[in-house]
Structure formats: structure tokens, C-alpha cells
Design a protein around this ligand. Structure first.
Ligand SMILES: Nc1ncnc2c1ncn2[C@@H]1O[C@H](COP(=O)(O)OP(=O)(O)O)[C@@H](O)[C@H]1O
Ligand SMILES: [Mg+2]
Ligand SMILES: [Zn+2]
Length: 365
């Protein structure tokens, strides 16, 4: 199950999610046989660069593809060899692990020979920004005079580290992070196929946590399923895995502050500490929680970027607490806990700076 992202790698353009403009440009180019010699796919990890490069490589060499079509058939011998990673005409090089000039020399050797059986020889250069200088120069020379049967697809997560002279010789496509909605769509599809029973809220949290990377989302779903797959998966299970229990703890601490109950708050902190909670981590969450309370007070719910990240229960709680504090109080308390966070690293008693902030906070509420 940990290999969900490999099992569900899109195999045709129609299965690909998002990046609509890129897909449109590429499929038009295939259908009209207007193929460039070098493409550059730049963008964040897990946004589909490798997947799209592979579909493209298959499509342009597919033996069953008819004029005007763009999808690879995935059944002819060319497509199958590429799918099985046995094709002589598709070479994938990960520049992160093959940085040397020798690898590029090998590449150049390979380029000189015509394709074994297909129309094009395709080279996918992953993490292209990591090529060494020598390799870069060798690549540049090849890009200056590309043999007609050779196609390069360079992929990179860090375009600013690439030689501008190389970038300018490629047709460039900027991939974007996928939206939560797009991620949820794909996760829902996988859950149906794999018969994974999972709450909507849980899927939503996975998607949010993946921050635009479908690979990360699929990886996390796989991890959750291997741990909790024998039952319906709930929001709390995801939180457990992500170590997100502290948000409730932050809310609980705020309750003590609102009740002006420093003794209760200090007890609570010490209980957390005894249970093995990392107090620095907790203070980060607490500060973030107070910040959300302040932003909610200032901006309200509409247009508030935080609101999307919270479950209904969390939002209700946050809202009711945010109403009970004044803006001035929230500002002061935030500052006190920010200060405490800075001091924690140097304190021989880890909970002491938090305890001081608690006592002072109860004084301003
Ligand atoms: N746009 C997308 N549509 C569908 N699946 C995607 C997409 N982007 C990423 N994935 C999923 O994430 C995995 C990793 O994607 P990949 O193409 O290797 O990303 P990148 O090369 O940009 O890091 C794929 O196997 C696939 O399951
Ligand atoms: Mg990749
Ligand atoms: Zn085919």
C-alpha cells in the first residue's frame, strides 16, 4: 500500500489532474505533430512533472496512435516497453544521482544513434538543476544542435538554479501546486478503487497537509490505510499520525486563561510534559492558535484563510474563545508566549518559560 503513488500514476492525459493549460498545449502539439526538441517542466514536487513526461514520451512513439490523436494506446509494443521501463528509446536520468560528465557523455553517445524502433529517442532528465557544470555544458552543446530524432524533457523543482542558456533553449512549462480540491478528487478515486472507507473530513486534512503535492497526499493515505485500514478511517486517525493532537491542547489552555486559572493551566502544562509532549512543539501550536484567534477577531470568517484548515468543531471552539478575549488581550498574550518560546531553548526547566507566560497572561485577562 505504501506504493499507492506508483500504482495510481496517471497513464493517459485524460487521467491527469490539473495543469490544464500545459496538457492542452502538449496534446495539441502531439495531435498536430509539432514536437519541440526540448521541454522544461518546472514546478513543485508531486505536481505531475515525471508523470506527464512519461505520458508524452509514450504518446509521440505510440504505434497505434492515429493522425490527429494524442493519447498513447498503452497496449502497443512501444507503449508497453516504456511502461515496463525496458524501452531502448526512453532514457530517464536522475541528475541528482548522475551528476558527472561521464553520464552526459554516455547520453551523448546514446543520442548519436537513431532510435531503436520508434520515431523519437526521449531523454527525461530529472532534477536537471543538479547537473554539474561540465554536464551542463555538454547538454547545452547538444541542445544547440539537437539531432532530429531526439527529444529532451528536463524536469526541475528549482528552476532558478538552472543555466539561463539551457532554459532559453527549451519550451518551458510551469507546473503549479495542486489545489486541495484536485487532491481530494484523486484521493477519492483511489479510495473507491482500493475500497478504503474514510471520512470526508479525514480526506480533507490529508489534502491540506500535502500542501499541493499529490505524491505526498497519496503517500500519507497509504500510510494511514496500512495502520487503520481494517476499519473506517476517521479524522482523529489522521491527526494521530500527523501528531496534531496539540490543537485541542491549545484550546484547553486558552480555557484556563479565560477562567483566570493559572494553577489549572500550570498543572495542564506539566501533565502534557509528563505525557511526553514536546513543549516547544506545543508552544508553536499554541502561538498559531492564538494567532488564528486574533485574525478571526480582526477579519471575521469570510476571506479568512485559516477557516478552511479547521474542522467545524475546531472553528466553533476557536470562534467562541476569540469572542471572549479582547483584541488587546490577545495581542498581549501572543507576545508573552512568543517570548516564552524564545526562552525555552535556553531554559534548564523546559516548562518554566511557559509557566511564567501563563501567570502573566492570567494577569491581563
Ligand atoms: N497532476 C497529477 N494528476 C494525477 N496524479 C498526479 C499528478 N501529479 C502527481 N500525481 C501523483 O503523484 C505521483 C508523483 O507524481 P510525479 O509525476 O512523479 O511528480 P513530480 O515529478 O512533479 O514530482 C504520481 O505517481 C501520481 O500518482
Ligand atoms: Mg519527478
Ligand atoms: Zn501505443
Amino acid at each position: 500500500m505504501s506504493v499507492l503513488y506508483r500504482k495510481y500514476r496517471p497513464q493517459r492525459f485524460s487521467e491527469f489532474i490539473g495543469q490544464e493549460k500545459i496538457v492542452k498545449t502538449l496534446t495539441n502539439a502531439i495531435a498536430s505533430e509539432m514536437i519541440s526538441h526540448a521541454y522544461l517542466f518546472s514546478g513543485p514536487r508531486g505536481s505531475g512533472k515525471t508523470s506527464l513526461a512519461r505520458i508524452f514520451a509514450r504518446a509521440i512513439n505510440c504505434q497505434k496512435r492515429k493522425k490527429g490523436e494524442f493519447e498513447p494506446c498503452n497496449t502497443c509494443s512501444s507503449c508497453l516497453e516504456m511502461i515496463k521501463d525496458r524501452s531502448m528509446d526512453l532514457t530517464e536520468i536522475d541528475a541528482a544521482s548522475h551528476r558527472g560528465i561521464d553520464d552526459i557523455k554516455e547520453l551523448k553517445e546514446g543520442i548519436r544513434f537513431a532510435p531503436a524502433r520508434s520515431r523519437y529517442k526521449v531523454f527525461i532528465l530529472d532534477e536537471a538543476h543538479q547537473l554539474s557544470k561540465d554536464a551542463d555544458n555538454a547538454l547545452l552543446k547538444t541542445l544547440e544542435e539537437p539531432p532530429p530524432h531526439v527529444i529532451f524533457i528536463l524536469a526541475t523543482t528549482e528552476i532558478h538554479k538552472m543555466l539561463p542558456t539551457i532554459v532559453s533553449r527549451c519550451q518551458r512549462f510551469d507546473f503549479r501546486k495542486l489545489t486541495s480540491k484536485e487532491i481530494i478528487k484523486k484521493l477519492t478515486f483511489i479510495c473507491q478503487k482500493e475500497k478504503i472507507r474514510i471520512e470526508n473530513q479525514a480526506l480533507k486534512l490529508i489534502a491540506l497537509h500535502a500542501e499541493g503535492s499529490l505524491r505526498d497526499a497519496e503517500g500519507l493515505l497509504g500510510q494511514v490505510f496500512s495502520l487503520y485500514g481494517d476499519k473506517e478511517i476517521h479524522l482523529a486517525d489522521i491527526k494521530d499520525i500527523l501528531g496534531l493532537v496539540e490543537m485541542e491542547a491549545a484550546a484547553a489552555l486558552c480555557d484556563f486563561l479565560l477562567q483566570r486559572n493559572p494553577a489549572g493551566a500550570i498543572n495542564f502544562i506539566n501533565e502534557l510534559f509528563q505525557k511526553g509532549t514536546d513543549l516547544e512543539e506545543f508552544s508553536k501550536v499554541l502561538i498559531n492558535y492564538l494567532r488564528q484567534a486574533l485574525v478571526l477577531k480582526i477579519m471575521g470568517k469570510s476571506n479568512n484563510p485559516f477557516v478552511l484548515e479547521l474542522t467545524k468543531e475546531e472553528l466553533d471552539k476557536l470562534e467562541s474563545q476569540s469572542k471572549k478575549f479582547t483584541q488587546e488581550q490577545l495581542k498581549k498574550i501572543l507576545n508573552l508566549f512568543l517570548e516564552a518560546q524564545n526562552k525555552m531553548r535556553y531554559s534548564s526547566i523546559p516548562q518554566l518559560p511557559l509557566e511564567l507566560a501563563i501567570v502573566e497572561s492570567c494577569g491581563v485577562v
